[in-house]
Structure formats: C-alpha cells, structure tokens
Ligand binder design. Structure first.
Ligand SMILES: O=C(O)CCC(=O)C(=O)O
Length: 266
C-alpha cells in the first residue's frame, strides 16, 4: 500500500513513541491479508504446543512462536510498509535492521504476566536511559477486546529505570492501559515501556505478531529470521538492506525445533 501519512504526521507518530513509548497506526494493514495469516498461523501454533508447550516460559497457555520467512508471512507489503518504516527510521535510524518475525498468543487459561520490559538498558551501570534502539511493531491477527487478553502498557515508563516505573505505577502516577486493537491496527513501541500480557477469557487464540526492528549495531542473539536462499534472491533492495544480518539457509526444514527466545522479561 502506498504511504498514507505525510512527513509531519510521521514525525508525530515518532514523537509519540519518544514521549509515550508507543503509537498506533489505525487500520494500517489489510484485514483480509491478516485473516489469511491467521489461517496459516493456527497450524503452526498447534505444532508448537505439541513440541514445546510444556516449557510454559511465557506463562500458562501463552506461546511465543517464530513465523517462518515464507508465504504468507514473508510479505514485503507488511515488513516494508512505507509508513511503518518511516516511523521506524525516525526512531532507530535509516540503516535499521529487521531481526524478528514472531507471535505472542494467549489462549484460554492464560494469566496476568508480571510487569516487564523486553530488554535491559544498554548501559545499566549508569542508571541512564538512551534514545530508542529496539522497537516492536505489533499487530493482532484478530480484534483485541477486553475479553481476549489485551496487551497492557504503562505510558512514559520507557525512559526510566524499571524500579522507578514500578514505583510510579504503585503510587498511581501512571496506569497500565489495555490496548484494545482492531484487525489491521499497528502499534509501534519502544520495548522498554513497562507492560504485561493479560488473560484470554475466550476460546479463540489471540495472536499478536511482533516484528522487531533495531539499530544496526544491536545484536539480539535470541532472535533471527532464517531466510531461505530462494526467498533472499527475490527480496527488494530495501528488503535485503533490512534483513542483511540474518542467516541465509538452504531450506527451512533444517531449523532447530525449539524457540531460542526463552528468557524474555527484564
Ligand atoms: O500479550 C502480548 O501479546 C505480549 C505478552 C508479553 O509481553 C510477553 O510475552 O513478553
């Protein structure tokens, strides 16, 4: 889809991420496309639960599943979306990397997670936070309602220590906001914002896609996108640039079966 926003609007979205820790681009992606993603994802979720559901590292009945970089998920209309990338580039540089394509899915039986952030500070010994370096672009594969486990986030907690953020929550100076979202809405967030997953009280899975974009120098060994050589050959110049530090594999059949991203909360 062609860009929907002008430079000023893109800067406003980026400024919301800098100030509040996140922004939402409403109705950014095609619901039909995401419906197709959901159909393709559900068997992967089943297979994941069969193989490593016992690990329960995200909490009960909650699963982190990496998406294979193949059809329908290797879709440049999504990971090269002009508006999303324009906001991302304002935040983590025009030479940003894409290093993660995965999903978080609470099912019936899931619980409230501990409040956490998804990364440690870059320089923990200084007690200082830095400009953004790691972003999550999140979009659900169903409508997210108050019943099916909305992601909750505390605004303006990404530029302070976790302890300070927790104190502010305790004192009621900030609150956890449930992010209800329509199929097609896209959230861009600084992963340092304090947040947690909440229980899904319905019988339908609530998959939330996460595409990770980072500064070019940030290495995240727990995530990567295995790119089949045949797919790599067909990437656009921009796709190659975004995905340049990910491993190229001959076939996705050779992949390890368990997720490497087990330790996730800081
Ligand atoms: O509910 C979600 O989608 C996110 C849960 C979460 O923060 C996590 O598992 O790290």
């Amino acid at each position: 889809m062609a860009a929907r926003y002008n430079c000023t609007e893109i800067q406003q979205f980026a400024q919301s991420v800098i100030t509040d820790g996140f922004c939402v681009l409403p109705e950014q992606f095609s619901p039909e496309k995401l419906h197709h993603w959901r159909q393709s994802f559900l068997p992967l979720l089943e297979r994941h639960i069969g193989r490593e559901g016992h690990l329960k590292n995200r909490g009960p009945s909650r699963y982190y599943v990496t998406l294979p970089f193949t059809d329908p998920f290797a879709d440049a209309c999504i990971y090269e979306d002009d508006d999303v990338l324009a906001v991302v580039e304002q935040l983590v540089g025009t030479d940003a990397l894409m290093c993660q394509l995965a999903t978080d899915t609470p099912l019936l039986g899931s619980t409230t997670q501990d409040i956490h952030r998804d990364t440690l500070p870059l320089f923990p010994e200084t007690g200082q936070e830095t400009p953004p370096y790691q972003l999550a672009v999140n979009f659900p594969l169903v409508d997210v309602t108050m019943e099916n486990g909305p992601f909750e986030v505390a605004r303006r907690t990404h530029m302070m220590s976790k302890e300070e953020g927790l104190h502010r929550l305790q004192r009621g100076e900030v609150t956890l906001e449930p992010m209800t979202m329509k199929l097609g809405d896209v959230m861009i967030r600084d992963v340092r914002g304090l947040h947690r997953g909440t229980p899904n009280y319905t019988t339908e899975p609530r998959p939330m896609v996460v595409i990770g974009y980072s500064r070019r120098w940030l290495f995240r060994p727990e995530v990567s996108i295995q790119i089949p050589r045949a797919t790599f050959e067909k990437l656009s110049a921009r796709g190659r640039q975004l995905l340049r530090f990910n491993p190229i594999v001959e076939s996705l059949d050779e992949l390890p079966e368990t997720e490497r991203y087990q330790s996730f909360a800081y």
